[in-house]
Write a protein that binds this ligand. Structure first.
Ligand code: NAD
Length: 298
């Protein structure tokens, strides 16, 4: 059992930290929003009043933060307060579960090494449900021995994990994951618009589609709520917009052309621009409907 600092106790980090405490680790959590620690404290963990307090004694530092700038702020800190690099003890393992740019993960790993830390990028898939049920799928970049050291943590919060390469590799796989998810939502939305416009039974249509080659987890989990125009998050359009930015930038740095990804990124950008950023990413349906002049009921 390890002494763990968990930074970022939001939708995902909150339940993940609580699972680690329940499993018997000594978990100290920190979030700029103090109420974030409630679930962890109920599970037997501790709330810290500052990042430094959480990190100083930790053998393992875990971060689950929204975007690059939050991870950079937590890791590098500022002159006055410092970040994980200043406060963590040498030899500590830093595992970043956030979805950020691969380049940022690499930069953090290099800076971590200079401070004697071992660093992994470990973005996740599975959503809030996956975090609550501890069945996340975890895509890990970093040294093999560090991945092995983090194994008890991955096995507590997830059901699948794989090392996919060196530092930053996890983020590339997460970008690949997000472009598949976004693209699938866009095509399911188009299928719904087509079937409804043609006057066929779209619910029965999606049921039969879900039994054939076009079956997917998204169809299984989301077809009923999409048909009902229920778009409560879930995973917000705002976050998927951020992820499509990562995917398109990753394509640029890998010097490859991903035309479908670019198109889906624009549809998600439209959803955000039209004020749907706080809705679930299945609300891409609203944009696809708009393109055909079919206003969504929701
Ligand atoms: P969230 O906004 O619910 O949680 C992030 C938490 O970080 C918040 O509680 C916020 O207060 C805290 N925070 C921000 N800056 C901080 C700082 N400087 N110090 C301490 N705490 C700070 O976001 P989330 O949904 O938990 O997502 C976290 C990451 O996981 C994102 O990168 C997201 O893309 C990824 N992700 C989310 C989901 C999902 O379904 N929500 C699924 C897979 C991956």
């Amino acid at each position: 059992m390890s002494t763990i600092a968990f930074i970022g106790l939001g939708v995902m980090g909150g339940p993940m930290a609580a699972h680690l405490a329940t499993a018997g680790h000594r978990v100290t959590g920190y979030d700029v929003v103090p109420a974030g620690a409630d679930r962890l404290v109920a599970a037997g963990g501790t709330a810290a009043a500052s990042l430094a307090e959480a990190v100083t004694e930790a053998e393992v530092v875990l971060t689950m933060l929204p975007q690059d700038e939050h991870v950079e702020a937590v890791v590098f800190g500022d002159e006055a307060t410092g970040g994980v690099l200043r406060h963590a003890r040498p030899g500590a393992l830093l595992v970043d579960f956030s979805t950020i740019r691969p380049e940022t993960s690499v930069r953090i790993a290099e800076a971590g090494r200079e401070h004697g830390l071992r660093v992994l990028d470990a973005p996740v898939s599975g959503g809030e449900r996956g975090a609550v049920d501890a069945v996340l799928s975890i895509m890990v970049g970093g040294a093999e021995e560090d991945v092995a050291a983090a194994r008890p943590i991955f096995e507590t919060v997830g059901s699948t994990y794989a090392r996919v390469g060196g530092n930053g590799a996890g983020q590339y796989v997460k970008a690949a994951n997000q472009l598949i998810v976004g693209g699938t939502y866009a095509l399911v939305a188009e299928a719904i618009v087509l079937m409804e416009a043609a006057g066929v039974d779209a619910a029965a249509g999606l049921d039969v589609i879900a039994g054939g080659l076009a079956a997917s987890r998204i169809l299984d989990l989301k077809r009923a709520s999409m048909l009902a125009r229920e778009f409560a998050p879930g995973f917000r359009i705002d976050l998927h917009h951020k992820d499509m930015g990562i995917a398109t930038a990753a394509a640029r740095s890998a010097e490859v052309s991903l035309p479908m990804t670019a198109l889906v990124a624009q549809l998600i950008a439209a959803a955000r621009a039209k004020g749907h950023g706080a809705l679930d990413h299945s609300a891409l349906l609203k944009i696809v409907e708009d393109l055909s002049g079919r206003a969504s009921a929701a």
